[in-house]
Design a protein around this ligand. Structure first.
Ligand SMILES: Cc1ncc(COP(=O)(O)O)c(C=O)c1O
Length: 354
């Protein structure tokens, strides 16, 4: 517990609970108005605490990227989990099989016959089939089938595979890619209809386009992660304001070796080297003159206007360029409560990459 920011040792990840809760509530209300099911991605906060806040606010379930994240959330009693990842290899397939026995509803995605074959090998003799959504590449150039025809083919394969059940279509679009999502998904849903296959879910996502999440009536579910804390990239693209940024890195000036140059106690092991299109490593709150120009592992180099005051020992608040990777660098959050006090919260699924 810390009463004031001054009592928090640095570098620290500080989250303003009221702002995070407001972000959760606001987007939940938006989805409800649009008739969209909301399935938040926990990769941003990685905490049981906030997953439960999201569920209590009305989320239909959560999204995880990794089995290890899903295991942490299942241990905490969350029982509707979508893992948006191709699960490959015996070790992971065995864990997936065990996880399925512990949650009410587990689903995964697949984008090839090879992945589907592996999933079936694990679930062929299971009591309940595993729900599998077909991942579609609607322009982001990551995983996903490349055409609506391929999506329909894989859906049919899943439907005809004993241990599996077809759960719908899923995409993680490129920023601004919603017209492509609409075109691809409408065509795929029509093809499925022709084959007599019902598509129960069309799942899309992404914070950069959150305020235009409803895509031509075809998307039924939205997955979103960064919106809970927001970050510099989302302020830059107009999705939120600085006041909506709940997550900050608190740092201390440890050296002022030359005029206009200062060093903070956070380098790439804290702020990460994720530039996300920016030319420096974060936004220093209330000091636009400061630029975080370079990082080594434990040092960050700042350039600042030497006319403005700065001193050794002074603390600065930084809004990260990309908050999800930064929160994964810490074991704990300092959670700022409404009364201004700070409590420690464990980041339960931090570092869960398996
Ligand atoms: C598959 C998938 N769904 C949803 C999200 C959430 O995206 P965002 O953090 O932009 O809201 C991500 C982010 O990486 C993702 O990979």
């Amino acid at each position: 517990m810390a009463d004031k920011i001054a009592e928090i040792d640095t570098p620290a990840f500080v989250v303003d609970e009221a702002i995070a809760n407001r972000n959760i509530k606001r987007f939940q209300e938006y989805c409800e108005k649009q008739g969209l099911a909301l399935r938040p991605h926990i990769k941003t906060h990685k905490t049981v605490h906030f997953a439960k806040v999201q569920m209590d606010a009305g989320a239909v379930g959560i999204t995880c990227q990794k089995i290890s994240e899903a295991e942490v959330m299942a241990d905490a009693g969350i029982d509707d989990i979508l893992i948006t990842y191709n699960i490959v290899g015996d070790a992971k397939l065995q864990r997936l099989r065990m996880l399925a026995d512990r949650v009410k509803k587990l689903s995964v995605t697949a984008d090839s016959a090879a992945v589907i074959k592996g999933l079936n090998a694990a679930f062929e003799h299971a009591e309940n089939p595993l729900t599998v959504l077909v991942e579609c590449d609607t322009g982001a150039g990551r995983c996903g089938v490349q055409s609506p025809d391929e999506a329909a083919e894989l859906a049919l394969l899943i439907k005809n595979t004993r241990g599996l059940k077809f759960g719908g279509l899923m995409t993680y679009p490129a920023v601004g890619g919603q017209p492509n999502v609409a075109e691809f998904m409408c065509a795929a849903v029509d093809l499925l209809k022709e084959k007599g296959i019902l598509c129960p879910v069309v799942s899309s996502g992404g914070s950069p386009d959150m305020w235009s999440a409803k895509t031509d009536g075809v998307v039924t579910e939205y997955r979103i992660g960064t919106y809970i804390y927001n970050d510099r990239s989302l302020v830059e693209n107009g999705s939120c304001d600085w006041d909506d940024c709940a997550g900050h890195v608190l740092v201390t000036i440890v050296s002022m070796p030359a005029e206009g140059r200062a060093i903070i106690d956070a380098g790439s092991k804290v702020l990460t080297s994720d530039l996300l299109g920016f030319s420096d490593y974060g936004h220093v709150v209330e000091r636009p003159d400061i630029k975080i120009v370079s990082l080594s592992e434990e040092h960050g180099t700042l350039n600042y206007d030497a006319e403005k005051s700065l001193e050794i020992g002074q603390k600065l608040k930084i809004v990260p360029n990309h908050v999800c990777v930064v929160s994964n660098m810490f074991d704990r959050i300092w959670l700022r409560k409404e009364n201004g006090r700070h409590e420690m919260l464990t980041i339960d699924a931090r570092g869960m990459v398996l």
